[in-house]
Ligand binder design. Structure first.
Ligand SMILES: [Zn+2]
Length: 166
């Protein structure tokens, strides 16, 4: 939300054996259920006119801008502390409202894959390629991180790609 703090609520599902169910396999009913739970979780928080609903590989996530009242109550250190990390891109954005469709919030066009669970090749963390439009947009935040190298902005390593192809 272009630097404006957000609330983040995430949800994942497991099967009867306790294994994570990939978000790509949820289907419409479960996705709708996830959205309802996330909306319910953030009831009374933030500005519901400024939201983004998206998924990663094991979670559906709701970003909601904090309200002006919440912003005014942030402690001083919030505004002066060093940026320590930056999230990578989403896997899929379902919808957004009240906020611009900024390239930095879109999925990487060619993500590397970090395996989460070798038993299921649908469970992987996207690793930004570093060169597509959305990755380049996220990289503009790097100088604000005090020159520290941000691991999730680095191009995928050869071994990371090989790991994903196994
Ligand atoms: Zn990329």
């Amino acid at each position: 939300m272009q630097g404006w703090p957000v609330w983040l609520a995430s949800i994942s599902y497991r099967d009867r054996s306790g294994h994570l169910i990939p978000a790509s396999a949820w289907g419409g009913d479960r996705l709708a259920d996830a959205q309802r739970w996330l909306m319910r979780l953030l009831t009374g928080l933030g500005d519901p006119t400024r939201e983004r609903f998206f998924r990663m590989q094991i979670t559906a996530c709701l970003h909601r801008a904090i309200s002006q009242r919440e912003y005014d109550r942030l402690p001083e250190w919030w505004h002066t502390c060093e940026l320590r990390d930056l999230a990578g891109g989403p896997v899929e954005v379902f919808w957004h409202r009240g906020i611009p469709d900024a390239p930095s919030t879109r999925p990487c066009a060619n993500p590397g894959r970090e395996v989460i669970d070798p038993r299921d090749d649908r469970l992987w963390l996207p690793i930004d390629c570093g060169s597509c439009e959305s990755c380049q947009a996220r990289a503009t935040v790097r100088p604000r991180a005090g020159g520290r190298e941000l691991g999730n902005l680095a191009p995928p390593t050869r071994s990371g790609r090989e790991q994903a192809s196994r």
